[in-house]
Design a protein around this ligand. Structure first.
Ligand code: FES
Length: 159
């Protein structure tokens, strides 16, 4: 997960939901399947004329996959960089110390969830920026005992 401190256009950020909506798949006894605890959002690139006109066939390349693994929230492209398979069908695994990776279900390629680096060739997974924000109701009305934040994501500039 990358926490961005950079300020940019507010419209670049998209609300995914409350942090409490994400079950930690690191607790999953069935092998950390992403599908069981993830959310996917379709966020078309606004600079693509075809997509901004509502091309319904452009879905997978527009999707961000968000999930929590061992306490860390991750937001990544749902499309595998190798051959466009949905990564939400993959499994998450540990990489020495505090690292973590995702294994694509289709051909078994692996990608580091903190760097995006793949284990084969030069394929790299796109990591989205994540921000945790206080919900508007917390800013105006004090809700005793409520500490739930909102998860917001932003497409990385290079994709
Ligand atoms: S499509 Fe993901 S490893 Fe081939």
């Amino acid at each position: 997960m990358e926490i961005s401190k950079e300020q940019n256009k507010p419209e670049d950020w998209h609300l995914v939901g409350p942090v409490s909506a994400f079950r930690d798949i690191g607790q999953d006894e069935k092998g950390c399947r992403v599908l069981s605890g993830c959310k996917t959002l379709s966020i078309p690139k606004t600079d693509d004329p075809e997509k901004s006109r509502g091309n319904r066939f452009s879905d997978l390349s527009d999707q961000v996959l968000v999930f929590k693994y061992k306490g860390f929230l991750h937001a990544i492209d749902n499309q595998c960089p190798h051959s466009a398979f949905p990564l939400k069908q993959g499994n998450v695994f540990d990489i020495e110390d505090l690292g973590a990776g995702i294994r694509c279900f289709r051909h078994g390629w692996r990608f580091d969830l903190f760097t995006g680096k793949g284990d084969r060739g030069s394929h790299k997974l796109s990591l989205w920026d994540i921000e945790l924000r206080d919900p508007p109701s917390l800013e105006t009305d004090e809700i005793p005992g409520s500490t739930d934040k909102e998860v917001w994501v932003r497409r990385p500039p290079q994709t």
